[in-house]
Design a protein around this ligand. Structure first.
Ligand code: ASP
Length: 312
């Protein structure tokens, strides 16, 4: 019995020390794009306030020893429920006037991933993505099959018009794919992304978000990345994986890798551009975009924190 208590105390002490010493970092985005009309100070404040609210959820979790995976999912759920963003409630409509949503999540500790594409009635697509990862032998489920699975797993199902919100509520903005990346106190990285896609997209179009390696990627050896922007370019350039590969195979720093991919590989392709948020295994954060704005917020265990919309 005494031996048992001794082992238990050592275990608890070790967990406490890991938690207390381990550093954490988190970054989130609420979409990138070019400000078509100049944003007012008030609009910017609205976005920053909402981004910080979601950031707080992730920060608290990481501080209290939650895994990066749970934190990125919870942050993305909060952004999906926020009508300001183009994910979950507030998702843009496709060419036929209805909503089709994509989401993905990836666990950098074991390279497990889950995603859904083209779902029309799952309230929180990122939760469905997590369940695909945790409870199936697959990575990506689409459309009705994904919805049936979500329903079977007990997720909330809604009418397609639940996602529709007045443009005024969205501060006249079309931007707003959401994503979150995090490093937890145990050294694990995770990424999650969710979107309604691009406004007016063809019925059935799937973007980069649920394509692992394009819009979403995490690997404990390198980095966790979540992208936003012109998804077709992100797929063609395999953006998120490319950042990881440049770090792993070429030894580039996170900042070098992210800048190279966004400015040397994406920018020359034209299109409407976009950006990435990324956190590496050492807790460094990179927020890189070639558009005039990217809604973003970040925090680290050393107290650094911020939220921004426009290019600095
Ligand atoms: N990347 C998203 C897509 O192409 C859209 C966005 O981030 O704004 O579906």
């Amino acid at each position: 019995m005494r031996k048992y208590f001794f082992t238990l105390s050592i275990f608890l002490l070790a967990s406490f020390v890991t938690c207390a010493q381990g550093k954490w970092s988190i970054a989130l985005h609420g979409g990138a794009g070019s400000a078509s009309v100049n944003m007012t100070k008030e609009q910017i404040t609205v976005y920053e306030t909402e981004l910080l609210k979601s950031l707080e959820i992730g920060k608290e979790m990481l501080k209290n020893g939650s895994t990066a995976l749970d934190a990125v999912e919870a942050v993305v759920v909060s952004l999906e429920n926020n009508p300001l963003f183009n994910a979950g409630k507030g998702a843009v409509a496709n060419s036929e006037g209805f909503h089709e949503l994509d989401a993905a999540i990836m666990d950098g500790s074991n390279l497990k991933a889950g995603a859904v594409a083209g779902v029309r009635d799952v309230k929180n697509p990122v939760k469905a993505a997590r369940l695909v990862m945790d409870s199936t032998a697959h990575v990506l489920l689409i459309s009705e099959g994904a919805s049936a699975f979500a329903k079977q797993m007990g997720l909330e199902i809604v009418d397609n018009n639940y996602f529709t919100v007045d443009k005024k509520v969205k501060q006249q903005s079309d931007k707003g794919t959401v994503g979150c990346v995090a490093l937890d106190v145990y050294g694990n990285l995770a990424a999650a992304t969710s979107t309604g896609g691009m406004r007016g997209k063809k019925w059935g179009r799937v973007g980069d978000v649920p394509i692992i390696g394009a819009g979403t990627y995490a690997n404990n050896n390198t980095v966790a990345v979540s992208g936003t922007g012109h998804g077709e370019l992100w797929i063609r350039r395999v953006v998120a994986f490319d950042i990881s590969a440049l770090m792993e195979y070429k030894g580039l720093s996170l900042e070098e890798a992210a800048n190279k991919v966004i400015f040397n590989k994406i920018s020359p392709m034209g299109g409407s551009g976009g950006g990435v948020i990324a956190v590496d295994k050492n807790g460094n954060i990179s927020l890189v975009f070639n558009t005039s704005l990217m809604h973003r917020a970040w925090a680290k265990s050393n107290g650094e924190q911020g939220a921004d919309v426009l290019k600095k």
